[in-house]
Design a binder for this molecule. Structure first.
Ligand SMILES: *Cc1c(COP(=O)(O)O)cnc(C)c1O
Length: 395
């Protein structure tokens, strides 16, 4: 038993276990890819964000190894003092070119990229309009800024316009922020209509493209490219940890803003730079994507094949228009049991429950990857069919 002042924590943990919401960590002991060693068992991987299979790509690994030999392992300083490598500058230039923006800032993660961007742009006298289903890192960045946060209904430009009309007059400046691709449902924000509202009211605009880069748009150029809105969004947040297969965050967009963030963003000023190895691997990933659309094309082929087969089996796979495939089960205990049975059948696909998704909307989230072959997809589908029938999720 914990000491009395900490007993409440044991109660909280017990409540999590009781309600089926306790998170059990699975450990991986193999390279990322279609098949992985998970908790000592070789399973088909349907749940990482390695959309393009780049996380173990020989080109990226080689770039990282060479960078270790050339530059060592540690960043040794924050970017603003002595931590900015030539590699960082090169990566920022090339990723900006790839995305078709004026400039970009490379930070440690997508999570802190939202803090890096939001906090300097708005303060106590300002208002943020935020989609109801925005990612936790947007919410935290918004809270840290101390601006008023007004939540609008999910992907609803009419509600956004109504909330703007009602609230903006009381504040100095406004910022609208939305995920591009919503990571739990795989739907996308109506970015063109959101932009139209922002334009009408003079709002600053920001989109988090974490699940869009490398996936949507021409050759994976992201959500802004998907809508043909180049030069319209002020800030695009991104991550190198998903389709790009490495780690790190990106704040891309208008030069005046990126210049300002280099002076003001606290993760940039107060937390050490990303390592040379990671930076070099990110640069290699951007080059792979800039050169060829093969991986992105394969990702979409796999996505279409898997989704139509799941639909034919009778699963409710939500409203996704991206490779994110939620298999809606509702009850969190059912979702956990489903995931456990899949694992026994050799398929790794995690159940997601509250607080990652709303209560009562628990699901298995399947993440399709270009690394999967037709045989892999067939293997996964057979397991879903077997477990789905066994647990009564499909007829
Ligand atoms: C995953 C994700 C992040 C965080 O990115 P990391 O690089 O993993 O920190 C931020 N925003 C959204 C929308 C995400 O899906």
């Amino acid at each position: 038993m914990a000491e009395p002042k900490l007993a409440w924590i044991e109660e909280e943990l017990a409540a999590l276990r009781e309600s089926g919401l306790f998170i059990n960590l699975r450990t991986i002991d193999s390279p990322p890819g279609a098949w992985m060693m998970v908790d000592g068992k070789r399973v088909l991987n349907l749940c990482t964000n390695n959309y393009l299979g780049l996380a173990a790509d020989p080109r990226l690994k080689e770039a990282a190894k060479q960078a270790v030999d050339a530059y060592g392992v540690g960043p040794t300083a924050v970017r603003s003092i002595a931590g900015t490598l030539a590699l960082h500058a090169e990566l920022e230039r090339e990723v900006a070119e790839f995305k078709g923006v004026e400039d970009a800032l490379y930070v440690q993660a997508g999570f802190v990229a939202n803090q890096a961007a939001i906090v300097p742009l708005v303060g106590r006298e300002d208002v943020i309009f935020s989609d109801r289903l925005n990612h936790a890192s947007i919410i935290d960045g918004a809270r840290l800024s101390r601006a008023k946060i007004v939540v609008y209904e999910h992907a609803d430009p009419a509600d956004l316009a109504a909330k703007v009309t009602e609230n903006l007059p009381q504040y100095r400046r406004g910022l609208v922020v939305t995920d591009g691709v919503f990571s739990m449902d795989g739907d996308i924000a109506p970015l063109d209509e959101i932009y139209a509202v922002a334009e009408r009211y003079g709002l600053m605009t920001m989109v988090d493209d974490a699940h869009g880069e490398g996936v949507v748009g021409r050759g994976g150029r992201g959500i802004v490219d998907h809508f043909g809105l180049h030069g319209k969004f002020d800030v695009e947040i991104g991550t190198f940890s998903k389709a790009f297969g490495v780690v790190g965050g990106i704040v891309a967009g208008k030069k005046v803003i990126v210049d300002y963030l280099r002076q003001k963003a606290r993760p940039f000023l107060f937390s050490s730079a990303v390592t040379a190895a990671d930076s070099a691997a990110c640069l290699a990933a951007v080059r792979v994507l800039a050169e060829s659309t093969d991986l992105v094309d394969r990702l979409w082929q796999n996505t279409r094949m898997f989704k139509s087969a799941m639909h034919a089996l009778g699963f409710d796979i939500g409203n996704s228009v991206t490779p994110i495939t939620p298999v809606m089960l509702g009850d969190v205990k059912l979702a956990k049991a489903f995931s456990q049975r899949l694992f026994e059948e050799g398929v790794f696909a995690m159940a997601l429950g509250f607080p990652t998704v709303p209560v009562g909307l628990a699901r298995i989230r399947v993440m399709i990857s270009a690394a999967l072959t037709q045989e892999d997809l067939d293997f996964g589908l057979r397991a879903f069919e077997k477990v789905g029938k066994e647990l009564g999720a499909i007829p």
